[in-house]
Design a protein around this ligand. Structure first.
Ligand code: ATR
Length: 271
């Protein structure tokens, strides 16, 4: 158990989810607050969708409650409830971080993509000028596609089981970043000829999942990047590593997001 010394002056933050059994933010943030000597606490808030607006209205006027991280199933609904969205939340239409201002307004942003790109940069991968194959066009994939374009990728091909989602996302990213060539294709498109392949699908989370891409069809030297954190070494990363591809793990995305979300909520954590 955390040994936080909570007093009447402690700043309170929350993670909004339903259910909350599996959320890890309280442990992660509270350990960081404690290590940094920050007088703050983050608590789990299990709120059903039908009560979301009521709870949020109450939190907005709770004077010692300053911000939220947001996860399943509330990311899209919370974007609609915000008074203002930062560009990262606006373009994706979902938020995973909220800050309450002193005058009772609610600001939102989405750090999935920024966390991913920052993690990759710190691991030594720069997207500028790169040809990128992104597998998946779901919630996280959407945010990542925008941020990879923003980081200066030359070309992004979005490959998804539901091709219409890849095409629609491709058009939106293309419109926002005309300097990047963006397209949406079916999941079985040829994966040869890219600098990096990013897996944003959920394939790899569970034992026995199919591989999201045929590793034997990748060009030599293509980097392979995951956003799945558990297992650390997904089957995709194992196979890619065995074939000599540079591999990038999923956890840095979360580590960077925690820092970005902490700063956005108004409680920056040390680097
Ligand atoms: P998240 O918020 O984690 O991104 P999501 O929005 O449900 O989760 O997105 C999951 C992604 O994994 C989607 O791209 C999904 O493809 P569809 O858009 O076709 O649903 C992909 N995905 C999930 N299960 C899959 C499977 N069995 N085969 C191929 N792709 C799969």
């Amino acid at each position: 158990m955390p040994t936080l010394d909570i007093t009447g002056k402690t700043a309170v933050y929350g993670i909004l989810a339903h259910p909350t059994d599996h959320v890890r933010a309280p442990q992660v943030f509270n350990a960081a607050y404690e290590a940094a000597g920050i007088d703050a606490v983050l608590v789990p808030l299990d709120v059903t969708p039908e009560n979301l607006a009521t709870v949020v209205e109450a939190l907005k006027v709770t004077r010692n409650f300053h911000g939220l991280t947001v996860t399943v199933p509330h990311k899209v609904a919370m974007a609609d409830l915000c008074d203002e969205l930062a560009p990262g939340g606006e373009r994706v239409g979902s938020v995973n971080a909220i800050r309450f201002t002193e005058d009772g307004r609610m600001l939102g942003d989405n750090f999935d993509g920024k966390g991913y790109v920052t993690g990759m940069r710190k691991a030594g991968f720069d997207f500028a000028g790169k040809k990128v194959l992104q597998l998946g066009a779901g919630g996280a994939g959407m945010s990542i596609a925008f941020s990879v374009a923003e980081a200066g990728a030359a070309e992004i091909v979005l490959a998804n089981r539901t091709v219409a989602k890849a095409e629609a996302l491709g058009q939106r990213v293309q419109a926002a970043f005309p300097g990047t060539s963006v397209s949406g294709v079916a999941a079985d498109a040829d994966p040869a000829g890219y600098d990096v392949v990013i897996n944003t699908t959920s394939l790899g989370l569970h034992d026995g999942d199919a591989l999201p891409v045929d590793v034997d069809r990748l060009s030599a030297g293509t980097a392979v990047s995951e956003i799945i954190m558990t297992p650390v070494h997904t089957e995709l990363l194992k196979r890619a590593e065995a074939k000599g591809h540079p591999i990038y793990f999923g956890k840095p995305m979360l580590d960077e997001q925690i820092k970005l979300i902490g700063a956005f909520m108004g409680c920056p954590l040390p680097d």
